[in-house]
Design a protein. Structure first.
Length: 248
């Protein structure tokens, strides 16, 4: 995926993580470049969400290392956000009783606290990317549809101006037409130079928009390769694609 001379934007080496005494991840390595979409697919319980949480610092890493822009990631979640790493969790975790505009402003909290006034330019970029959010910016987040909530969750993450954006099941619970819209938006994020690490149950949609893919099973990497190749891989087809997958 990369040449030896290239330094990945995000580099995960031999990562291991546990819940108590239960091993959740073992020897997981991956690479992500700027402006690239990399996806992690696999069955429920494979450790996909755990992988994102370990990279984000939500759970403790027991072995291996994570590097962002060539420097090892350490410290709490807030420190990693400050290093321009951001996670949109599966449940989106919006502030339902606050407006769209206020949710977006919270996404720029660390930048604003540091005196970075360019967050206002980022807000305009988010509104250009999601015109619906601009139209409804005074509406409470709790009154939005599922697709609109996902747009707001992604928009709020972009307010932190991430170098790496990690998305956990962005299509979860959405209608097929909305899934296509969300994946089109994810693809357009790469034009902003953002590296996207995508965890997704909809394997077909994920492989169609990604450049490279990893298959995670039982907390370990079972397969990896260019996403276009895995779309034609008979093991992947029989295990994850089938005939009922939504096409993005």
């Amino acid at each position: 995926m990369t040449t030896p001379s290239e330094t990945p934007l995000l580099q995960v080496d031999a990562l291991g993580a546990c819940y108590g005494k239960v091993e959740a991840l073992a020897d997981v390595s991956l690479r992500l470049q700027a402006g690239q979409i990399v996806t992690v697919i696999g069955p429920n319980g494979a450790g996909k969400t755990t992988l994102l949480n370990a990279i984000m610092g939500v759970i403790e890493i027991v072995s291996g290392k994570v590097h962002l822009q060539g420097q090892e990631l350490r410290g709490a979640v807030e420190d990693r956000v400050g290093r321009r790493l951001c996670l949109v969790p599966e449940k989106r975790e919006l502030f339902s009783n606050m407006s769209i505009a206020d949710n977006l402003l919270l996404g720029a909290y660390l930048r604003n606290r540091a005196g970075d006034k360019s967050w206002k330019e980022t807000l305009e970029e988010v509104y250009r990317l999601f015109p619906r959010l601009r139209e409804r910016r005074e509406q409470l987040a709790g009154t939005l549809s599922g697709g609109e909530r996902q747009m707001l969750a992604i928009g709020r993450a972009l307010m932190s101006r991430p170098a790496v954006l990690m998305l956990d099941e962005p299509s979860l619970g959405l209608a097929p037409l909305v899934v296509r819209e969300i994946f089109n938006i994810i693809t357009n994020l790469t034009k902003l130079g953002v590296g996207v690490l995508l965890v997704e149950q909809n394997a077909r949609a994920a492989l169609q928009c990604a450049a490279y893919a990893y298959v995670l099973e039982n907390g370990r990497l079972a397969k990896e390769g260019p996403a276009a190749d895995l779309l034609q891989d008979q093991d992947v087809i029989s295990s994850y694609l089938g005939f009922g997958s939504v096409t993005a």
